[in-house]
Design a protein around this ligand. Structure first.
Ligand code: HPA
Length: 223
């Protein structure tokens, strides 16, 4: 749904990066361990950090469409785990997920936002299987469970990356209010429109954060 399938590698501000535009969603019918194949491939290629992004519905009533949220933690409500499944060619050890999103890399995103004057929300991302949007009752449930935003992705990638020792950080773009929060019914069109509106801000945040992360990693042992 509105997702290209493009893979690029190269230098971004002098930082060696591999970028995926689009992703395989579990709602498309892919087994979770297939959907995360690109992450496993990148981990085998030696990436040290994975940046994840997504469009999400705002559950936190202090958030609004167009807001960017640093992901601090997640709730896996997909009913799937990318490390389980029949016919796995590679059995990964279960990660502890004590810190799914790396504290240091989150600091780098905060610093980038501060420098650029970008308001950065922070919170918990809840992943539902989709592709249906939630009901108002499901959004209220997500809030009770501690979610600030809901979406249909990201969690499988992060679990896989953590199982392979890759540090993760990520940002959600609030493309709409979660169902029932606003009197205006949400739609896929709104999701696309808000994404387009925020794209420039999002890009500058990512570029600046990546430079900081690369600098941090280069100063660490094995850097
Ligand atoms: N719910 C789930 N996924 C989403 C939403 C939403 O409201 N907006 C963008 N992706």
């Amino acid at each position: 749904m509105g997702h290209a399938g493009v893979y690029r590698t190269g230098l971004l501000n002098g930082v060696r990066c591999a970028a995926l535009r689009g992703r395989a969603h579990l709602y498309e019918g892919h087994p979770a361990h297939h959907a995360t194949l690109p992450v496993r491939a990148m981990a085998h290629l030696g990436i040290r950090a994975l940046f994840v992004s997504n469009a999400a519905g705002a559950v936190n009533r202090l958030f609004a469409p167009g807001d960017l949220m640093l992901i601090l933690d997640h709730l896996n409500l997909m009913g799937r785990d990318p490390l389980s499944g029949e016919g796995l060619d590679e059995q990964l050890p279960p990660p502890d997920l004590e810190q799914p999103y790396d504290a240091g890399l989150c600091d780098d995103v905060r610093a980038a936002a501060l420098e650029l004057g970008i308001v950065l929300r922070e919170g918990v991302y809840a992943a539902n299987l989709g592709p249906s949007f939630e009901t108002p009752a499901e959004i209220r449930m997500a809030a009770v469970l501690g979610a600030d935003a809901v979406g249909m992705s990201t969690v499988p990638e992060v679990i896989t990356a953590r199982a392979m020792g890759v540090r993760c950080f990520g940002v959600s773009c609030m493309t709409n209010y979660g169902a029932g929060i606003s009197p205006v019914p949400l739609s896929h069109v709104e999701v696309i429109e808000t994404t387009d509106r925020i794209a420039g801000t999002f890009q500058s945040l990512v570029l600046s954060a990546l430079a900081r992360v690369a600098d941090r990693l280069s100063r660490e042992p094995n850097g």
